[in-house]
Design a protein around this ligand. Structure first.
Ligand code: ATP
Ligand code: MG
Length: 387
């Protein structure tokens, strides 16, 4: 692939926070970014060099993107594969529509993972009510997950038994689902890998993730697991990227059960929330790596220069008004990232912060203390706060 030099335009499908952080990384390398997003105000649109406000399948918008941009990427997996396919006729597209299509569908994704020798949680594909009746009773208690368009635990229902699964399937509109056995998780891990057009791969350090109500809460890096397990995670993630003939940045999420048994949960065909720590904690961030792949540049060094702990800032923290950011900023090793969203809703990702420290334990202690203070503030009324 020919190298795309700085100064060129790069295209981005989607205007969320991942897109915003991609814009910033690409711009600092000297590229200009054109964002396609249907919304008038979006986190990425606000920082992009230009924003095309149109739908992802808008023919004129796709044509303009293809004509102006040397390379195009996406920030979310639910972008119509057709849009990527159409753009591929005009410019470099990473990742390719075919890779995104695997990650868009939980049933395909799970079959793919099994096909490359990775274990997953036991599951059944549920496309009709009859499939549910025939499902192995050992899958209960389980989680019924929509096969497509789920994120942050949305489109999922915890079901104790068949009766609950029947009503959950109905509530999900009878859309295709997978029924997964609910497992006792010892740990959740993830790994971000970049793979270039030349087939070179670089794996970032493994993150240890804690979720709350299906949404990522905290990522601790390096994960506090034996080196052999972390290496197995990196190898499995590289294998995933290679088997998909992937070009770009992807993340694989894993469960650890029964001590050291590794199960692959899902593939995100893009930079990932659990990789935000790379902005402040690694030589190269996941977003810079994404720009490097698109532009045919050599991949950067993914190694961490410091242990780091990332905490998501959800809209719940705005319950008593705009949080007091000195809680974060008064720690000289805490790095605050706000996404510029004006409306804070419970569960909405508004920003994150990362604490860097000489030890992972210290980073975790300081990050959790900041989080506790922000939560405490949010519990008080604005009146009580000013008193
Ligand atoms: P995201 O896209 O934000 O990662 P998602 O909506 O795609 O989320 P999953 O990753 O499938 O959802 O699940 C979200 C979280 O729910 C997991 O990280 C895990 O904490 C929990 N979870 C999911 N599946 C299982 C399972 N089979 N057993 C136990 N816990 C599970
Ligand atoms: Mg997930």
């Amino acid at each position: 692939m020919r190298t795309v030099p700085p100064g060129a335009w790069l295209g981005l499908l989607g205007g969320g926070q991942l897109g915003r952080m991609f814009c910033m990384a690409a711009q600092s390398l000297g590229y200009r970014v054109l964002v396609l997003d249907p919304g008038a105000a979006s986190p990425a649109g606000a920082v992009a060099d230009a924003h095309l406000q149109a739908g992802y399948l808008d023919a004129a918008a796709l044509e303009e993107l293809g004509a102006r941009c040397a390379a195009v990427t996406t920030e979310f997996e639910n972008v119509p594969a057709e849009a990527l396919g159409r753009l591929a006729a005009h410019c470099v597209v990473s990742p390719a529509a075919a890779s995104v299509a695997v990650a868009q569908d939980r049933a395909r994704e799970k079959r793919f993972l099994a096909g490359i020798g990775l274990d997953t949680a036991p599951f059944a594909v549920i496309e009709t009510a009859a499939h549910l009746e025939a499902a192995d009773p050992a899958l209960f208690p389980g989680i019924l997950k929509r096969a497509r368009f789920g994120y942050d635990g949305k489109g999922q229902a915890r079901v104790a038994n068949l009766a609950e699964a029947r009503s959950a399937f109905q509530a999900l509109g009878g859309a295709p689902c997978v029924l997964e056995q609910r497992l006792a998780l010892d740990l959740e891990l993830s790994c971000v890998v970049a793979r270039g057009f030349d087939g070179a791969t670089r794996a970032f350090p493994v993150a240890e993730n804690a979720h709350a109500e299906g949404i990522l809460d905290v990522s601790v890096v390096p994960a506090r697991v034996p080196a052999a397990l972390a290496e197995a995670v990196q190898r499995a993630t590289v294998r995933t990227a290679e088997a998909l003939e992937y070009r770009g940045v992807l993340c694989v999420e894993y469960f650890v059960v029964q001590g050291e048994r590794l199960l692959a949960n899902e593939i995100a065909p893009r930079p990932h929330n659990s990789g935000h720590y790379t902005i402040d904690g690694c030589v190269t961030s996941q977003f810079e790596q994404q720009a490097r792949v698109m532009c045919g540049l050599p991949l950067g060094d993914p190694s961490a220069h410091s242990p780091s702990v990332m905490v998501n800032l959800l809209g719940d923290l705005w319950a008593a008004g705009e949080p007091d950011w000195t809680r974060v900023l008064s720690n000289p090793r805490a790095k605050l990232h706000l996404y510029g969203k004006t409306e804070a809703r419970p569960g909405r990702k508004m920003g994150h912060f990362t604490v860097l420290a000489p030890s992972v334990q210290q980073a975790a202690e300081e990050a959790l203390a900041i989080r506790a203070a922000l939560r405490e503030d949010a519990r008080r009324t604005p009146l009580a706060r000013s008193a």
